[in-house]
Design a protein around this ligand. Structure first.
Ligand code: S3P
Length: 167
């Protein structure tokens, strides 16, 4: 049976958006992103939203985004790295499609997110922040049915594995 959607989860910098775009193109599905939905809905950038309305409001919108974006069929959804922390979100994801976790080592993640100003949780010392968040989120992505290590594969190869996993 072909599952209705693909849901990509994983820490910041594991390549959810890049790989999701490629996998969607291969499947002939649409690519959607919960952060992009939130930006459109709130009319604010993610850093503005965190600063002006707080993380709790961002998380509320994130659940709304996941619910809405998984209500149909035929999409590849890239979720934010912290979306898995909510049990409600995890349920919505499991019900909504095949959950695929992308992984990478701490070193690779730090390299990929270095200098990024669009991720509020990483401001004030990327290495320290990534280290602390990885520790705090240990095991948080384990509920995914499929896990793909993105470090020794090209984004195209990761996308290929996702397509294979859903068929
Ligand atoms: C977050 C990850 C970000 C974004 C927000 C919070 C997190 O998404 O949702 O900055 O809590 O890990 P990416 O994983 O796409 O960077």
């Amino acid at each position: 049976m072909i599952r209705s959607n693909v849901v990509l989860v994983g820490f910041m910098g594991t390549g959810k958006s890049t790989v999701g775009t490629l996998a969607a193109a291969r499947l002939g599905w649409s690519f959607v992103d919960s952060d992009a939905w939130i930006v459109q809905k709130s009319g604010m950038s993610i850093p503005e939203l965190f600063a002006e309305r707080g993380e709790a409001e961002f998380r509320r919108l994130e659940t709304e985004a996941i619910r809405e974006l998984l209500s149909g069929k035929g999409c590849v959804l890239a979720t934010g790295g912290g979306a898995v922390l909510s049990a409600e979100n995890r349920e919505l994801m499991k019900e909504g499609g095949l959950v695929v976790a992308l992984t990478a080592s701490k070193e690779a993640i730090i390299e990929r997110v270095q200098g990024d100003t669009n991720r509020p949780l990483l401001q004030g010392g990327v290495e320290e922040r990534v280290t602390a968040l990885l520790e705090a989120r240990k095991g948080a992505y384990d509920f995914a049915e499929v896990k793909i290590d993105t470090e020794r594969l090209s984004p195209e190869e990761v996308a290929e594995r996702i397509v294979a996993a859903i068929q």
